[in-house]
Design a protein around this ligand. Structure first.
Ligand code: HEC
Ligand code: HEC
Length: 205
């Protein structure tokens, strides 16, 4: 299957989200699939993680996932699990892994229930509050409508709330600094309550 066919196929699954990813080839996706077996223990075979500390990678933009792997490798983004994993990857591995995850279908946010997890049900009042905060801060100016993401701006729709909350707090308190200032300046304006509301809203998309 060639690029144009794939692009048409996946754009219909993810309107907007993958439009910029026409450069993904089926060879890259196949190669990425094999390499992703190593990541499956944490992120799930198709990038839909069961444990909510581990982000959903399915449907993420290739550019964003590639840049994050590069940042974990260089140490610009710090995480005790991901730094040693990324240290073993070469540029081509990162490109192929990102291509594979970009075309997987995201299956929705989850919440921990003891050792395992169950589908997350957003609280309707928090969804409304989160949506109005998002409109006020103009999040979708960068993340696009419904948070579908574009290029280096990640898709955050349907991400696990526990992971979203951790990232927004880390941007806010300066633990995560690989964003060239874009998200940290946004996150500084958010209260802890706003962050929880936004996580519910994002999970509802
Ligand atoms: C031992 C568990 C573990 C393994 C194995 C693992 N990851 Fe991760 N990964 C994590 C955790 C935890 C995070 C979130 C860390 C943080 O909060 O910064 C993460 C984050 C990521 C991110 C950033 C996603 C985002 O939304 O910002 C990418 C991309 C990623 N992993 C790709 C991979 C790939 C590709 C592999 C295999 C080569 C892999 N991971 C293997 C645990 C793991
Ligand atoms: C000026 C552009 C911009 C605005 C406005 C913006 N973001 Fe972001 N956001 C980014 C970029 C760029 C990244 C990726 C940063 C990086 O590479 O580490 C990001 C990352 C994130 C992440 C981390 C995703 C992950 O997988 O780790 C979350 C969550 C997020 N944004 C939520 C929001 C919310 C909620 C708002 C509004 C309150 C918002 N963003 C507003 C540009 C923006």
């Amino acid at each position: 299957m060639r690029v144009a066919v794939l692009a048409a196929l996946f754009v219909s699954f993810f309107p907007g989200g993958l439009a910029s990813q026409v450069d993904i080839s089926s060879q890259q996706i196949e190669a990425g699939k094999k390499k992703a077996e190593y990541c499956a223990g944490c992120h799930g075979a198709d990038g839909n993680s069961e444990q909510t500390d581990y982000p959903i990678l399915a449907g993420q933009t290739t550019r964003y996932n590639y840049l994050q792997l590069k940042d974990y490798k260089s140490g610009r983004r710090k995480d005790e699990m991901m730094n040693p994993v990324a240290a073993q990857l070469e540029k081509q591995d990162m490109v192929e892994l990102a291509a594979y995850y970009a075309v997987q279908r995201p299956k929705g946010p989850r919440i921990q229930s003891g050792e395992s997890s169950v589908p997350f049900r957003p609280d309707p009042a928090r969804v409304i509050a989160g949506r109005s905060k998002s409109a006020e801060v103009l999040c979708t100016m960068c993340h696009l409508g419904e948070f579908s993401g574009q290029n280096e701006v990640p898709r955050v729709a349907g991400q696990h709330p526990a992971y979203v909350i951790k990232q927004l707090k880390e941007f806010k308190n300066g633990t995560r600094t690989n964003d060239a200032g874009t998200m940290s300046s946004v996150a500084k304006t958010l209260s802890d309550e706003d962050i929880v509301n936004l996580a519910h809203y994002l999970a509802s998309l």
